[in-house]
Design a protein around this ligand. Structure first.
Ligand code: HEM
Length: 122
């Protein structure tokens, strides 16, 4: 697959990832609970699929860019952010007080990942 296809998958998956995190965080911040959430399965399925596709697109691009192990710093930054955005989906239900801060902080993690991709700190 050409790099453009991996980039398209990467960017679409990022949109799905933030849609699922933002939607859940706002639902819980507004007082919603896990038991009462009619879209519980949809949110976790969307988030899981998105996290996988971010990785698929990212590693696909790495292959096309001939970036191999040991990875440069910018990839470790992005992998750390990806891990955070992958596990953070459990936070709103476990710590509802952190749902609104997560809603505001998640885009900042996205900004950091975009910065790392564009400026590529070595
Ligand atoms: C959820 C976390 C992530 C976000 C928000 C994110 C965001 C982005 C953005 C906005 C771009 C720029 C796309 C463009 O220039 O058109 C990008 C490019 C890229 N990302 Fe990610 N990314 C994430 C995770 C990852 C991971 C985990 C990897 C590696 C496995 C990765 C590898 C790449 C590569 C290789 C590029 C292309 C850089 C280039 O064209 O020079 N990203 N990412």
């Amino acid at each position: 697959m050409p790099i453009e296809t991996y980039r398209t998958i990467h960017l679409f998956a990022i949109m799905l990832l933030f849609t699922s995190i933002g939607g859940l965080a706002l639902y819980v911040a507004a007082g919603g609970t896990k038991a009462a959430n009619p879209h519980r399965t949809l949110v976790s399925a969307l988030h899981g699929t998105a996290a996988f596709l971010v990785l698929l697109g990212g590693f696909g691009m790495l292959a096309r860019l001939h970036v191999a192990f040991p990875f440069p710093l910018w990839i470790w930054i992005k992998l750390t952010i990806w891990t955070l955005l992958s596990v953070v989906i459990v936070l709103p239900y476990r710590k509802p007080d952190l749902a609104k801060p997560l809603f505001l902080a998640a885009p900042l993690l996205g900004l950091a990942a975009a910065w790392a991709a564009i400026f590529k700190p070595a």
